[in-house]
Design a protein around this ligand. Sequence first.
Ligand code: ADP
Ligand code: ADP
Length: 221
Amino acid sequence: MIELKNISKSYRTDTIETLALQHMTMSVPSGEFLSIMGPSGCGKSTLLNIMGLIDEPTEGTMTLAGKEIAGYNGAQMARFRNEQLGFIFQSFHLINDLSVVDNVELPLLYRKVGGKERRRLALEALARVGLSNRAKHFPNQLSGGQKQRVAIARAIVGRPNIILADEPTGNLDSQMGDEIMEILLKLNSEIGTTIVMVTHDERMAKKTHRLVRLSDGERVS
Ligand code: ADP
Ligand code: ADP
């Protein structure tokens, strides 16, 4: 469960203040697959970054998995992020000089899981996204859709309760986009992973449980 109460975020420089989010209240129940849509600059990434503890709100309170985040220090946030959250980005964010399986192991490395167990869990995650036969390849030897599947394997290897996806199909053609959506839908329905996905694609949003629309930092539906 993700609960935002009256969350606002402003970016300030010497001369200008940008209100990226204004008094956002929403809750995402456990097991939901939620889409977020809205025009460029309306605050979608800011919202996802706040939910992901990458960015801090200027106002308001947030509860993640039953815990109010306000009291967390940096180390506690990093730990929570690593243990409870998985991230997927439009541009994949893989490390090009690590093999596929080494990329997938990364979140477990931060968690100090032993080498053999890391490998076992990473291969299991790759199997789930249908990429067992690419474990030893490097990212630049893969198609865009395959890269995104590696990124999903990396996001799920630590068995997070929540996946935050920022335009996961934005760089893919429609067939590859559909394949990525099928994987996310399956994770949600079979494992019960909560997913919050920013998308520009109405077709993808329609496949999820619920759609929230933003405009100028505010919810419009
Ligand atoms: P409705 O429009 O019927 O109120 P929703 O739009 O909320 O339902 O959800 C659409 C479908 O997704 C329904 O079949 C519902 O059972 C299912 N659904 C909604 N929320 C969840 C959830 N958290 N986990 C699994 N399935 C869900
Ligand atoms: P979206 O993801 O919907 O395109 P963003 O959340 O990236 O929107 O941005 C929302 C608003 O906040 C925009 O007006 C953007 O220019 C501004 N913004 C985002 N990040 C920063 C930043 N680091 N410094 C100043 N303004 C920012």
